[in-house]
Structures are given as C-alpha cells and as structure tokens.
Design a protein. Structure first.
Lengths: 365, 291
C-alpha cells in the first residue's frame, strides 16, 4: 500500500474508534452502530498488523458501514452516527484507491472499474445527502431528501411529462435545430467569402461571450408567451457558438491535404464533403455539446418572463413560491436527466463520426 | 492601407451593416403601431414622418440604437452614482458579485484540477460528475437557489456569487487539468533524472506549463460569471443590479431600459474579458511563454 492509502486506513480506523467511544459514552446508541464501528476499527487494525490485506475486505467494511447507517437513520442522530459516516466514507475511498492501483492488470477489469467508480461516487453523494437531510432534520423547504424527491417524482409523472414536452421537445429542441442548422449553413457561406470571415468572426466571438440570455424579455414581448418566444431565445443563444466553431473547423484541414484533393481534380463540394467537413467535425460537435446545455437553460430561463401555465421554468418558479421544494427538485431531476442524456447521445454520436480523431483512439496517452 | 486598417475595415463594415439593418427593423416593427396612432389622431402622414416618429417612441417594440445610446448616457453620466436610477450603481452591484464568484470559481477550479491530476481515484470519480454538473441547467434553477439561500440567512452578494462560482469553476477545471498534463514526457523525464520529488515536479514544471491554459479558461470563466450574476439577480424582487433592471423593464414594458441594461452588460463583458486578456499577455510575456 502507498503512503496515502495507509493514511486513509489509519484515518478510517480512527474515525471508527471515535464512533465506538462516543457510542458508549453517549449511551442509548443503537447496538448496530456500535457493532458497525467495531467492525470498521478491526478492518483498520488489520492493516496495521498486515493480516488479510485483501481489498474486498475494505470495500465490505465500507458497505457494511453504509448499511448500518441506513438501518438506524432517523432524525436527530448523535455523534457516533456521524463518525461512523466519516469512517465508512474513508473505507470506501480506500477501496476505490486500491482498486485503481489493481485495475492496471487486465483490460476487462479496468473497464469495469472505470465505469463503477464514478457510479459509486454518485451513489455516495446521494447517500450523504439522504443522511444529512434526515439526520440533521433539515426542513423540506430548504433541502428535501432524495427519498422525498423520488416519491414526488413517481407521484407526478404526468405533470413532469407535460412540462418536459413544452420546454424540451418544443422550445429547446426546435430552437436548437433552427439555431445550429442556420449557423452551420451561414458558416459555410462565410467560409467562401474571406471578407465576411474577417468581419463576422470577431463580432461572432464577441457576441458568443455576451450574456445573450438577457434578450429573453425582449423575445417574450415580440413572440408572445408560448413556446415560440422560448425557441427564439434558444436560436439566438445557440447561433453564435455554432457559427464560430464551424468556421474555425472548416479552416482546420491542412494545406497539404487540400492540395492532395486538388490534384485529384476534386470540385469545391467534393473538397467540402470529403475533407473539410470531416476535419471540422470535432469543432462542430464541440459546439453542439455546448449548445445542448445552453438550449435547455435558454428555454427554462425565458419562461421566467412570461409563459402559459406549463413548462419546467414555469413550474420551478411557481412551486418555489408555494414552498413545494420536492416538486422543484423533481423538475430539476427532469432537466438534469434531459441535459445529461442529450450530452451523452451527442458524445456517442461524436465517437462514431470522429472515430479517427486522436482523442478517440484506443491506448492514447 | 496598413495592417490595423486592413483588420478593422471588415469588422467596421459588418458592424455598420448590422446598424443599418437595425434601423430598418426599427421602422418596420414600430410602423403598425405608429400608423394606428396617426389614424386615431386623423393626421395625414408621409414616409419621412413615419421614419422620424418610429425612432422617437417612448415604448417602442424595437428602440433605435441612438435612443439606447441616449438612455445609457442619461443613466450613467447625468445621474449621480448613488442614485437608484443610475446604471453605474446597478452595474457596480452586478460587477461585485461577478468578481467574487469568478474569484471563488477560479480558486475552486484550480484546487479540483490539482487534486484530479495528482490523485487517480479523484480523477476517475470526480471528472464524470464535474461534466455532468454542467449539463444541469443551473442558470434555470438559480432563482430557486437564491430564494433558498436567502431563507437560510445568506443574503446580499454571496448567493449570487455562488451561482457565478458554479458556472465559472468548470472551464477552469477543464483547462487546468489539460494544462497540468501538458508538459512534454521528455521534460518530465528530465526532471526525473534530476531526482525531482513530486512536489518539485509540480511547482517547477506542471504549474508553469499550465499558466497559458489557466488564462484561456479564465477568459471563458469571467464571461460566464457575469451571466450567472445577471440571472441570479432576476428573482431578488428586482431591487438592484443589471438583471433587476431587465426584469423591471420587462414588467413595465420599458424596452429602452431593457436594451440599455443589455448593452451595458455586453460592454462590461467585453471590458472584463479584455482585462483578463491584458493580464494574461503581460504574465505570459514575463514568463517567457509569449513573444
């Protein structure tokens, strides 16, 4: 074990010991907490003496700690509970840390680890959130627990679906397609005219750094309350990043490659389709990914300035007013899922299209 | 024609074209309302009357550029800075939360990047979630976060700055991770032959190599912090700040006020980005990384 791992195991054992002591001193503590802490102390001590050093035991210790915590979780927990939480977290970290070291052996195993580690981390965040929300008795108007949010999510899927349809499928998606599409074609035209290139690019760069979201109230005035005004905001927001990136991408092919295609007597369109668009693809996908989150933000924020009584932004702002924070978080989950899934799909598509790019090859350093 | 003119001429042409189109749209969009007004009053009107009057409306659908310029002049130079109607007062409030958020975001970003580069478990568990964190439309839930933080007792600058922090740490993390990993393997090997410790490798090679990347990310980060600060101001009951001016303007149909707030936000973004650019230029020059 490296020095850092030893440190983790000592800290974990120390925290478990503190949990044990405060469990006895506090009195009235659950036997499960005391038993769990004892187990974790033993797991830490075994690293000192060097018996049974296998990594699975560290993981098991962490998981047992988590299970005990879930079991005894109630409002207003004592010190022993929190120390056990710290100890289990340290043991899980130790297991992950050691797993990373071991994962360099086989390709299959390392792939599994690479997927499992972030998932495990995500589970831990939700776990700690649940512990804090319930254990510290945080009122629901401040921070609802994940369990409450999940219950509310399940109970109101029809409302969530209607909001999703209004904001994502209508406003964001239509605006995204129009904005990215028009910027793409304008970029190809600009690319043919060097004068426009020199004139429009600095302006485009400038505009894409601006707080474009501010045009939302103006668009609502012009296009009315329904999704058209939101789509208009999204068009303006997504237009300039796409324009700038596509123009930059179209210039990315090298002179040598262009010359080669010219010696084959390729026409402008052949050059464009066979060389310049493929080399521009990484840039274009970069813009598409940036825009996928911008589009959702634009559509939701625009709803704060006036909207029919459906939509993610509308629901968020009204439910905040009614102190229904669990509903607000359910809407946030929908938005986060929509954002992450579209980003993931775009990344997958990018890997398919730009398989030749150095960052997508296997065994890159 | 010297180089500067050759560079500026196309930009000036494009800006001039945008202005002309803008004036055209001012007349076109405001015309129906103005014509209705003429007919109600029973006035005979010519084309030149229409052009003149559509550019002088109180609450136009699209104000003319010079109307916005006059409004900005009146609310900056001709008003006292302490006045609630001064754009400088509102801009200052937005600027302070932008800068605070930018500072916190940069520090957080650098810290995360260092821990990601130095610890593999951190890299594998944090990096996917940092990317996921940005697919959550935080700007969209910013108003709620402000309201919740206010009810916990956090008021004033900090809640808005936290929104900016959340937005601005991301480009810094991504840029810094790239930068800290940018040294040539050859250089790392050289350091190893000198028996450099991990700390020395970090301070003498990795950190200097990451500076250009850091500045490039900071330019993105400061622009995005400004956006965060403006959106963070939307729900505070429209008290102060450029975002509040936007919201108040949209409530009362004061289009000129909306546009002037928007243009001043744009100018502020441009100034902030160029300040970072200048600092970056000076620093890189002194480090010998740029001619």
């Amino acid at each position: 074990m490296t020095g850092f791992q030893t440190l983790l195991s000592r800290l974990g054992a120390g925290a478990a010991l503190l949990a044990l002591v405060s469990g006895f001193l506090g009195g009235g503590s659950d036997m499960a907490v005391i038993g769990g802490s004892l187990l974790l102390v033993l797991a830490g001590v075994r690293h000192v003496s060097g018996i049974l050093p296998h990594i699975v035991i560290d993981l098991a210790a962490g998981l047992v700690g988590m299970a005990v915590l879930l079991l005894v979780l109630a409002s207003g927990m004592g010190a022993a509970f929190w120390w056990l939480l710290v100890a289990s977290w340290l043991f899980c970290w130790l297991a992950v840390e050691r797993g990373m070291m071991a994962s360099t052996n086989t390709a299959m195993f390392s792939n599994v680890i690479l997927l499992a580690v972030p998932v495990f981390f995500g589970i831990w965040i939700i776990f700690v959130w649940q512990m804090l929300a319930v254990g510290l008795d945080i009122p629901m108007v401040l921070l609802p627990s994940p369990a409450q949010i999940a219950v509310r999510f399940m109970a109101s899927t029809s409302v969530l679906w209607a909001d999703f349809q209004q904001t994502f499928l209508k406003a964001a998606l239509i605006g995204y397609i129009l904005g990215c599409g028009s910027a793409f074609f304008l970029a190809i035209i600009i690319d043919r005219v060097p004068f426009l290139q020199r004139g429009l690019l600095p302006v485009g760069n400038f505009v894409s750094a601006l707080p474009v979201i501010g045009i939302a109230p103006i668009m609502v005035m012009w296009f009315g309350f329904d999704w058209q005004s939101k789509a208009a905001v999204v068009v303006v927001m997504t237009f300039f990043p796409m324009l700038v990136n596509t123009v930059a991408g179209l210039q990315a092919s090298q002179a040598m490659e262009r010359d080669l295609l010219r010696t084959y007597a390729s026409s402008y369109f052949q050059l464009l389709i066979k060389l310049r668009l493929p080399t521009a693809a990484p840039f274009i996908f970069n813009a598409l990914k940036i825009n996928s989150t911008l589009a959702l933000i634009g559509a939701i924020v625009a709803e704060f300035f006036g909207t029919p009584i459906v939509g993610l932004g509308f629901r968020i702002s009204t439910e905040v007013g009614r102190m229904n924070l669990d509903m607000v978080w359910a809407e946030i989950v929908v938005a986060a899922l929509a954002g992450s899934i579209s980003y993931g799909l775009l990344s997958l598509l990018e890997k398919q299209v730009t398989f030749w790019h150095p960052s997508n090859r296997r065994n890159h350093s | 024609m010297n180089a500067a003119v050759a560079r500026l001429f196309p930009i000036a042409t494009v800006v001039a074209a945008i202005m002309i189109v803008w004036y055209g749209f001012t007349v076109y969009l405001n015309a129906p309302w103005q014509i209705e007004k003429y007919e109600k009053a029973g006035i005979e009107w010519q084309m030149e009357d229409l052009v003149r009057d559509t550019m002088a409306l109180d609450r136009p659908i699209l104000p003319a550029p010079h109307q916005i310029a006059i409004e900005i002049w009146q609310t900056t130079v001709e008003k006292k800075i302490t006045s609630k109607r001064s754009l400088i007062y509102h801009g200052g409030i937005t600027l302070s939360s932008t800068l605070l958020g930018f500072l916190m975001g940069t520090v957080l970003g650098i810290g995360l990047a260092v821990s990601i580069v130095e610890n593999r478990a951190m890299d594998k568990s944090l990096m996917p979630w940092i990317i996921t964190s940005q697919t959550i439309p935080i700007l969209a839930i910013a108003p709620m976060i402000i309201v919740v933080l206010n009810s916990v007792g956090l008021t004033g600058l900090l809640p808005k700055a936290l929104i900016s922090t959340y937005l601005s740490f991301f480009p810094v993390v991504v840029g810094m991770v790239k930068g800290l990993r940018s040294p040539d393997p050859m250089h790392i090997d050289l350091m190893r032959t000198y028996k450099a410790s991990r700390m020395q490798l970090f301070w003498k090679l990795r950190l200097p190599a990451s500076v250009p990347f850091l500045f490039a990310s900071m330019k993105v980060a400061i622009a995005i912090s400004l956006v965060g600060a403006i959106v963070g101001e939307l729900p505070t009951g429209a008290i102060a700040g450029l975002g509040a001016r936007l919201l108040a303007g949209s409530y009362y149909g004061q289009t000129i006020q909306i546009w002037s707030a928007l243009i001043s936000a744009a100018c502020m973004a441009a100034i902030l980005i160029s300040i970072v650019g200048i600092i970056s230029h000076i620093t890189l020059k002194r480090m010998g990384l740029q001619q």
